[in-house]
Design a protein around this ligand. Structure first.
Ligand code: AMP
Length: 291
């Protein structure tokens, strides 16, 4: 496994492989890797000749400075996990490499339309602009055949799908299923911020999502199901609920009536101690190409 810290070094390395006709799969991450990330690497490894993992804590997608500063950086440990998973190349650039002119001013503005205004868009201003910029940079630097993202960040996947379509990137996107802890908590680099007491409560989001999904399948009223879910989270003293929404999977707008169970996603975000947790569940998994 090779580690590249600069764009020219990575380009030179990948050009060599490309000349040999090798296909390239890219897995963009912010590091502090866990089994969820590793599942993306394994998927990339099984479908491409070469797997590239980028590790970069991208400042332009953080709307909260504390969150950025607290973000764990564990490059050495990450590399130890990546190698046995079949990763061939790690791209771990510096801020200067990614944003030589700085990243606070004159940042290009991308407009993703209504899809970026729902859910996370209401609570993380500028977040998807930063995601769009860094992913565009990574696509241009790596020029992969396929790129792997997690359903854990469902809205991000839809935004990147739009980016690929609108900018005509010739890249196949693969959406990978959410990897969970035994009690259902979705794995996240931010889970390490939870105290033991908070960690014991953390699976509530999975429980609430699962119950709401069952109720929808059973035919219960959408607004009743949504309100019960919100109530369950809000009444837990450890959580500060941001949103629980039952949405259309394409527009991410809240739905009020079910026409087709396949068109529905349940999405939640809540603060628990120092961590902001997000999670989601599809009522039927066929739609986003989760595999
Ligand atoms: P991050 O390092 O948090 O930016 O995540 C990098 C990629 O891993 C994103 O595409 C995430 O959606 C994905 N990911 C994060 N957590 C999980 C998880 N628990 N299961 C599957 N994929 C995940």
């Amino acid at each position: 496994m090779q580690i590249c810290k600069t764009i020219p070094a990575l380009r030179q390395l990948l050009d060599g492989y490309r000349k040999e006709g090798k296909s390239i799969g890219l897995v963009p991450t912010m590091g502090a890797l866990h089994s969820g990330h590793i599942s993306l690497i394994e998927k990339a490894n099984s479908a491409n000749d070469l797997t590239v993992c980028s590790i970069y804590v991208n400042p332009t997608q953080f709307n909260n400075q504390d969150d950025f500063e607290m973000y764990p950086q564990t490059l050495e440990k990450d590399c130890e996990m990546l190698k046995p998973a079949g990763c061939d190349v790690v791209f771990a650039p510096s801020h200067n490499e990614m944003y030589p002119d700085g990243f606070h001013e004159n940042l290009i503005q991308l407009n993703f339309g209504g899809i970026a205004e729902e859910l996370e868009g209401k609570f993380r201003p500028g977040h998807f602009n930063g995601v769009g910029i860094v992913v565009t940079k990574l696509f241009n630097i790596v020029n992969p055949d396929k790129a792997y993202f997690g359903q854990k960040d469902l809205q991000q996947f839809l935004i990147i799908s739009k980016l690929v379509k609108d900018f005509s990137f010739g890249i196949d996107l693969v959406c990978c299923a959410i990897v969970r802890e035994e009690d259902g908590l979705a794995m996240s680099s931010r889970n390490s911020r939870l105290s033991q007491e908070e960690r014991n409560e953390a699976s509530l989001l999975f429980k609430v999502l699962s119950e709401a999904k069952e109720k929808l399948i059973f035919g219960e009223d959408v607004s009743v199901v949504g309100n019960e879910a919100r109530q369950q989270i809000a009444s837990n003293q450890f959580f500060k609920l941001e949103y629980f929404e039952i949405v259309d999977i394409k527009s991410l707008k809240p739905i009020h009536k079910i026409n087709n169970l396949e068109d529905i996603a349940l999405c939640v975000s809540a603060h628990l101690g120092k961590a902001r947790l997000i999670d989601n569940m599809l009522v039927k998994t066929s739609k986003v190409g989760v595999n």
